[in-house]
Design a protein around this ligand. Structure first.
Ligand code: ABU
Length: 366
C-alpha cells in the first residue's frame, strides 16, 4: 500500500536572508573589503564625527587613497577574519571591488570621491527576511551600495525582500552648516536637520522584536520613523540616548551579546531603559588600543565592536587581552583574530560584516 510520506518531505528551510538578532547561529555573512579605500573628503559630516586630530589629514588628502601599506595590512586581517568564519562553518561572501577615487555629482552637489566597501554594516540591515538599504547622509557614501548590488540581486532572486530606503537628496538643507559640537554633558546637538529620512544601518541593534537605535550625527528622527513604519507592528523600536556628541553607530556603545547579556560602553552608556533591569549588563573593560595606533575614523571604543557567531562564540581582537578575559569570565568562547590594522579605518568585526543569515526566528527577549 502506498504510504503518505508528505510529513517526511516537508522540510523547514531557513530563508536565504534571515536574521533577527545579534547572536543566533551565524550561517552566512558579508565581509567587507578595504582595497581602494579612500580618505574621507572634507565635509561638515566628517567634522561632526571624526577625531579632531585627523581633520587636517581629511582637509588636505580627502579623496585620495589611504596609504597602500595600511590598506594591505587591513585587507590581510579581513582575509584572516574570512578564514576564521569559514572554519567555524559560516559561508562568507564579499562585495565587488570598486574604484572609489572617481569624483561624481548630482544636480545639487559634487563629491570629490567615494569612500570604501569596508563596512557592510553601515550600508544595509537585515531584519528577518528583509534586506534594507540605508539612506546614508555622507555624500561620499552615496553610491557605496553599488558594491553589494550583485549579492543583493542574488538574495532577491532566492526570495529575500529587498527594500531600499528613499534615495536621499543630500542637498544643503539636510546639514546645519552652523553646527557646533555641544558640551559633553549637554543635550545632543545634531548636525543633521529633519529635511529627509537618513540613517546608517549600524545605528540599529536587533534583539528580536525589540530594536534599539540612537539619534546620531548620521541618523535623524525622520530616518528612525521611516524604519519604524517599514518594520510595522511586529517590531518595537526604542530610541536610546547616550553621552556622545559625535555619535555615529550604536555598535561600539551598546552591544547585545546573547539573550539577557548586554555589553555597554563604560562612559557613554550611562542610562538604560528599565527593560534591561533583568539583563546582565556589563561595562566593557578598559580599551587596549595603544595611543599611538592610528584610528583615523573611530574612537578606541571599536574594541567592543564584536561579532557573535552564536550565543557562545565571539570574534575578538587578538591583542585585546582585557576583552578576551572579560568574555571568558562571562561564559563566552572568544575567538581571537588580528584586526588592529583594520580598526584604523573606523570599525571592527561588527562594522566589517553583515550577518545575512542566522538560524532562528522572531522572538521577544523582554
Ligand atoms: N563605526 C563605529 C565607530 C564607533 C566609534 O568611533 O566609537
Amino acid at each position: 500500500m502506498e504510504q503518505n510520506h508528505s510529513s517526511q518531505l516537508t522540510e523547514t528551510t531557513t530563508p536565504v536572508v534571515n536574521s533577527f538578532n545579534e547572536w543566533d547561529t551565524l550561517e552566512e555573512v558579508i565581509v567587507g573589503r578595504l582595497d581602494g579605500a579612500v580618505i574621507p573628503p572634507w565635509h561638515i559630516t566628517v567634522k561632526a564625527t571624526m577625531p579632531q586630530r585627523y581633520w587636517d589629514l581629511f582637509r588636505t588628502f580627502g579623496g585620495q587613497l589611504f596609504p597602500p601599506e595600511q590598506i594591505k595590512a587591513g585587507e590581510k586581517e579581513l582575509e584572516e577574519l574570512a578564514h576564521i568564519l569559514e572554519s567555524e562553518g559560516v559561508k562568507v561572501r564579499r562585495p565587488d571591488a570598486a574604484n572609489y577615487t572617481r569624483p561624481y555629482s548630482t544636480p545639487d552637489w559634487e563629491s570629490p570621491s567615494g569612500l570604501y566597501g569596508a563596512m557592510p554594516r553601515d550600508v544595509m540591515i537585515v531584519v528577518g527576511d528583509k534586506l534594507i538599504e540605508a539612506p546614508m547622509p555622507w555624500r561620499s557614501r552615496f553610491f557605496e551600495i553599488n558594491a553589494y548590488r550583485s549579492l543583493i540581486k542574488e538574495y532577491f532572486h532566492q526570495g529575500a525582500q529587498w527594500i531600499p530606503a528613499p534615495k536621499p537628496q543630500l542637498t544643503d538643507e539636510l546639514y546645519n552648516y552652523q553646527y557646533q559640537e555641544a558640551g559633553k554633558d549637554e543635550e545632543f546637538n545634531s548636525l543633521l536637520t529633519e529635511f529627509e529620512p537618513v540613517f546608517d544601518a549600524a545605528e540599529f541593534a536587533r534583539c528580536g522584536r525589540d530594536i534599539f537605535v540612537q539619534q546620531s550625527q548620521v541618523t535623524n528622527r525622520f530616518g528612525i520613523e521611516w524604519m519604524r513604519r517599514i518594520l510595522g507592528d511586529e517590531y518595537r523600536i526604542h530610541e536610546l540616548k547616550f553621552k556622545d556628541q559625535s555619535a555615529m553607530h550604536i555598535d561600539a556603545t551598546f552591544v547585545p551579546m546573547a539573550p539577557g547579556k548586554l555589553l555597554i560602553h563604560p562612559e557613554k552608556a550611562d542610562k538604560l531603559p528599565e527593560m534591561f533591569n533583568s539583563w546582565d549588563v556589563r561595562k566593557a573593560p578598559e580599551f587596549s588600543i595603544p595611543d599611538d595606533h592610528p584610528l583615523y575614523m573611530s574612537s578606541k571604543g571599536v574594541g567592543m565592536n564584536l561579532l557573535s557567531i552564536d550565543e557562545q562564540r565571539v570574534i575578538v581582537e587578538k591583542q585585546d587581552e582585557p576583552m578576551i578575559k572579560m568574555l571568558k569570565d562571562w561564559g563566552f568562547t572568544p575567538i581571537p583574530c588580528n584586526f588592529r590594522n583594520f580598526n584604523t579605518f573606523g570599525g571592527s568585526f561588527h562594522c566589517a560584516t553583515l550577518d545575512v543569515r542566522r538560524k532562528g526566528t522572531l522572538q521577544s527577549y523582554f
